[in-house]
Design a protein around this ligand. Structure first.
Ligand code: FES
Length: 132
């Protein structure tokens, strides 16, 4: 499946917390940090622990087992022992719902906002083409 899919309502994810969901057979953590929503693979790159169980703050999520933190915008680890990034996905809020596209993980080397904006424009263009 490709394209944005509704995963939950905004109201289901309290601020500075995460919700574990399954999308296209992938475990994904939907994270609300400061009112901004992010989608990150729900699997620490260090030892396959669910990141959704960890603490959320300042656009970061902390693995509860050994304490590595990951940037929710890029998936990059910000502290040891994890050294590999975790996939992050385009995420948007529309009419109180959280939509995620797991078919195209974001590039950890580019800011999440630029990629997400490009993806949203691409989706809108495809919809316009289909409707006309
Ligand atoms: S399992 Fe996540 S930091 Fe070790």
């Amino acid at each position: 499946m490709s394209g944005f899919v509704r995963v939950c309502a905004v109201s289901e994810v309290a601020e500075e917390s995460a919700l574990a969901v399954e999308l296209d057979d992938q475990d994904v953590a939907i994270v609300n940090s400061g009112g901004t929503f992010y989608a990150i693979a729900d699997r620490c790159s260090h030892a396959a622990i669910a990141l959704s169980e960890g603490d959320v703050y300042d656009a970061q999520i902390e693995c509860y087992l050994h304490g590595s933190t990951f940037d929710l915008r890029t998936g990059k680890p910000l502290s040891l022992p994890a050294t590999d990034p975790v996939p992050v996905y385009p995420c948007q809020v529309v009419d109180g719902d959280v939509l995620v596209d797991v078919s195209q993980p974001l590039d950890p080397e580019q800011p999440e906002t630029e990629q997400a904006q490009a993806k949203i424009k691409e989706t809108a263009a495809i919809k316009e083409t289909q409707e006309s």
